[in-house]
Design a protein around this ligand. Structure first.
Ligand code: PGA
Length: 248
């Protein structure tokens, strides 16, 4: 696991965008695994700027998002479909046919999950997966539980996630209580994983990701077993790590 500690959110976001730039430059038809949440917004801004400055061409990329709320229409401004359009897709030259986000409105959720997994497989697997992390160390919406889930599935959100995400809704009652998420197994199959975290409230989750016991109770701890993981952190998120583990 490589750990990059950046002085602030801006430099963390820039570094993450540079990694995507280099991936897409080397392989224009890269399969990118994308994340939502407040953490990657700065990275997306940097990517949009790079595109506007003619530094990168997204016309051949294929994307798969980690998750989507269950039964929240995509026109709702808190849906992850809406988030991705607003923060990235509306501003770059991605082919809309190459965008994949789980359909939380599907009538047959089991079929939707199976088809999502199959589409990732048909695209040749994910080259680079961007991840945020929850305060409870969830990745995607894989909440702490008793066993790692392999594939895309419907999940009950934990009270701590509902509370954390209430800041985006008018009230906690409006936060969906379920979501479709790629499984820990789907995430783990990505050839490269880049996790972003910023702020003091992620320091414990990051500590547990790096040093904790590998257990589904700390979903991100599984990343210790992956061959190609980079954590890009600001100083606050890295504050509980030993500086001797940093790669600077
Ligand atoms: P955040 O969410 O970026 O809004 O903190 C991360 C997550 O819950 O995975």
């Amino acid at each position: 696991m490589r750990i990059l500690v950046c002085k602030d959110y801006e430099s963390m976001s820039k570094k993450a965008a540079q990694i995507i730039l280099s991936q897409v430059t080397l392989k224009p038809n890269s399969v990118l695994g994308l994340a939502t949440g407040s953490t990657p917004i700065g990275m997306y801004k940097n990517l949009v700027d790079m595109y506007k400055n003619g530094v990168v061409d997204f016309s051949d990329i294929i994307t798969f998002n980690l998750d989507e709320y269950y039964k929240l229409p995509i026109t709702n401004d808190q849906s992850y479909h809406y988030f991705m359009q607003e923060n990235l897709f509306n501003h770059i030259n991605i082919n809309p046919a190459n965008i994949h986000i789980p359909n939380g409105m599907a009538d047959n959720i089991e079929k939707e999950c199976e088809e999502y997994e199959n589409s990732i497989k048909d695209a040749g697997g994910i080259d680079i997966q961007i991840l945020g992390i929850g305060r409870n160390a969830h990745i995607g919406f894989n909440e702490p539980t008793t066993s790692f889930e392999k594939g895309t599935h419907l999940v009950d959100l934990t009270p701590s996630t509902i509370e954390a995400n209430a800041r985006f809704f008018k009230s906690e009652d409006e936060v969906p209580k379920k979501a479709i998420t790629m499984g820990t197994g789907s995430i783990f199959k990505a050839r490269k994983i880049v996790m972003l975290a910023c702020g003091e409230d992620k320091a414990d989750a990051i500590y547990n990701t790096v040093y904790g016991k590998i257990t589904p109770k700390i979903p991100a701890s599984i990343l210790q077993l992956h061959d190609d993981v980079v954590l890009i952190l600001d100083e606050a998120a890295a504050s509980k790590l030993s500086p001797s583990d940093y790669l600077n």
